[in-house]
Design a protein around this ligand. Structure first.
Ligand SMILES: Nc1ncnc2c1ncn2[C@@H]1O[C@H](COP(=O)(O)OP(=O)(O)OP(=O)(O)O)[C@@H](O)[C@H]1O
Ligand SMILES: [Mg+2]
Length: 560
């Protein structure tokens, strides 16, 4: 007799119908299915088993196929997104619809969005950044608050035509270190947008697979533009255009804007924060003529637009809040310029007390007996400036009654021009001239000073103390008890008036004006005032005129 027949309670049947021993009445733990068993307690026919196995394989393969289909769908979608982005960058979509549409990424389910996002190289921030990249005007300024995403857009914009072999773009800033930041960003962005593009550090030049080129350059001085002489560009962008003191470089480079490819539309693009040495001309050119975001025709015939930027427009910085906090801590004027993008606040003007109603007057006939004096600042590539003043005998007010402001003058031309302009003065007007004009270093012929003196002008060396000179101008602008300032300017002197109104303070030395701003008429006035013009009684004056000899190099004294 079998053991299970003797102790039936200690045994149970397993799936195969075998008796297995229960321990303490508890069935033994099953140790897995015996080989070949279906787990259903009976053996299948080998044909059925093969059927079951085959079905399993089919199910597994069907599952894999479904997974592959979803994956394919995802890839298709992300390919669409990438194509969309590429179109945007190339501007094809912008051209077709006049406006860049936003990508479809936001419409995708969350899981797919992550996949798609990874394939997006660049997506413009909604609002001004998008408008800037889609603008069809030839010349556009994207300007305003700091951190709005202006420079980033400046890097992306020239990519519009990077698929065309004839495309030549030039991105400019004032100095090399400032340019570095842009170059570094381009190295992150360009290879992703156009795989295969190569950067050459020495030339600061990107070469694209199509043959297109994007070059980086800096313009520290006006003369730096001559590096681009004879070149042609289909896209020129100035990042921080207000760092250019005058419109000279913009005008020069605009003449280089052309292309041989009819598919490429040539563009000029600028970005800026309000303020800075060139704020005056930038505001006049882009902001004053028309409301923001409205296209207009400039006096040069170019279609133009100003697109204002705000920090909130750039979620990459705005969301952080720290950047905004930093801007809020700035002094009021800079805060309004950099946080609010306000172009109207006095752009760090050095002479805030200058008032058109008080300091500018209609011309009148200068009485013949009033003393006259002139100040000259010489320049060839930049302007030569000369301002003539007469001293009102009643209250010593200095009246600036004439100005000369012209570039490209040789010393002989200047001597001639001044002589011609003085024909109406009772006698040759004595004056002071920039000390550099007496400097012999590296010069073979006569100095500018010598040439002017030889032509009959009575000139002395100017006192060039910049800080003292600025203080004196403040002193002269101050309104006296009589209600009249010590300095008044004929409204026929627009250059001197403009410089006094707009010349900014030097950011690193508020005791002085920013020497990058146009300051030739200002310098001429400063020299004039520093010569301490005053009225003497006629007798002293006559004696002085006798004593007052032409400047001799050994004479180091200033003033009367
Ligand atoms: N569309 C975008 N996609 C991704 N990042 C962006 C985008 N726009 C801006 N950024 C990020 O925001 C940062 C600040 O933008 P950017 O330097 O262009 O601002 P800005 O307006 O030129 O500032 P500033 O006035 O200080 O020169 C950039 O470095 C970049 O990382
Ligand atoms: Mg910038």
């Amino acid at each position: 007799m079998n053991d299970w027949e003797e102790n039936p309670d200690a045994y149970m049947r397993n799936d195969n119908g075998d008796f297995i021993l229960k321990k303490d009445g508890t069935p033994r733990k099953k140790t897995g299915r015996p080989k070949g068993s279906t787990g259903r307690g009976y053996n299948y026919h080998s044909k059925t088993k093969a059927q079951i196995d085959a079905r399993k394989v089919v199910r597994k393969k069907e599952k894999r196929l479904a997974q592959a289909r979803t994956k394919l769908e995802n890839y298709k979608r992300s390919l669409d997104t990438s194509k969309n982005t590429l179109n945007k960058i190339e501007g094809t979509e912008a051209k077709a619809e006049g406006k860049i549409t936003t990508t479809k990424v936001d419409d995708l389910p969350k899981a797919l969005r992550t996949v798609a996002e990874e394939n997006v190289i660049f997506r413009p921030n909604e609002g001004p950044q998008t408008d800037f990249l889609a603008a069809s005007e030839t010349d556009v300024l994207y300007g305003g608050a700091a951190g709005g995403g202006k420079s980033y857009a400046m890097l992306v914009d020239p990519l519009r035509f990077a698929h065309r072999g004839a495309h030549r773009a030039l991105i400019l800033r004032r100095s090399m270190p400032e340019l570095r930041e842009l170059i570094d960003k381009s190295r992150e962005l360009y290879p992703k947008a156009f795989p295969g593009c190569k950067y050459k550090e020495v030339e600061k030049l990107w070469n694209f697979p199509s043959g297109a080129k994007i070059e980086f350059g800096f313009l520290e001085r006006d003369a730096d533009v001559y590096r681009y002489q004879g070149q042609a560009y289909s896209w020129i962008g100035f990042d921080e255009i207000t760092h250019q003191a005058t419109e000279f470089s913009w005008n020069y480079l605009a003449s280089r804007l052309r292309t041989t490819d009819p598919e490429i539309i040539p563009y000029m693009r600028c970005t800026a924060n309000p303020g800075g040495v060139g704020a005056h001309w930038v505001k006049k050119r882009y902001i004053d003529p028309s409301p923001p975001n409205e296209s207009f025709k400039g006096s040069d015939g170019l279609s133009r637009k100003f697109i204002p930027a705000r920090l909130d427009d750039n979620p990459y910085l705005a969301n952080d809040g720290r950047y905004e906090q930093m801007l809020k801590a700035l002094p009021p004027t800079q805060r309004r310029q950099l946080l609010e993008g306000d172009w109207e606040v006095a752009e760090g003007a050095a002479f805030t007390e200058f008032d058109r109603n008080i300091h500018i007057i209609d011309p009148f006939e200068i009485p013949i007996h009033w003393d006259r004096i002139k100040g000259i600042d010489y320049g060839y590539a930049s302007e030569s400036a000369c301002v003539w003043g007469a001293i009102d005998r009643d209250d010593n007010t200095l009246i600036i009654y004439r100005e000369l402001y012209r570039k490209g003058l040789l010393a002989t031309d200047l001597a001639q021009l001044i002589a011609e302009m003085e024909l109406n003065d009772p006698m040759s007007v004595p004056g002071v001239l920039d000390t550099a004009c007496w400097n012999r270093t590296g010069q073979t012929g006569p100095t500018v000073g010598e040439t002017l003196v030889k032509a009959g002008h009575k000139l002395r060396r100017a006192d060039k103390n910049r800080v003292a000179g600025k203080i004196q101008i403040h002193e002269y602008l101050k309104v006296q008890q009589s209600g009249r300032p010590k300095l008044q300017i004929f409204n026929t002197c627009p250059n001197l008036i403009r410089e006094l109104q707009s010349i900014p303070l030097d950011k690193s030395n508020p005791e002085d004006v920013d020497t990058h701003a146009p300051d030739h008429a200002y310098d001429a006035l400063r020299y004039l005032i520093m010569s301490r013009p005053r009225i003497d009684d006629t007798f002293t004056r006559m004696r002085q005129l006798h004593r007052e000899t032409i400047y001799q190099p050994s004479d180091g004294t200033f003033g009367y």
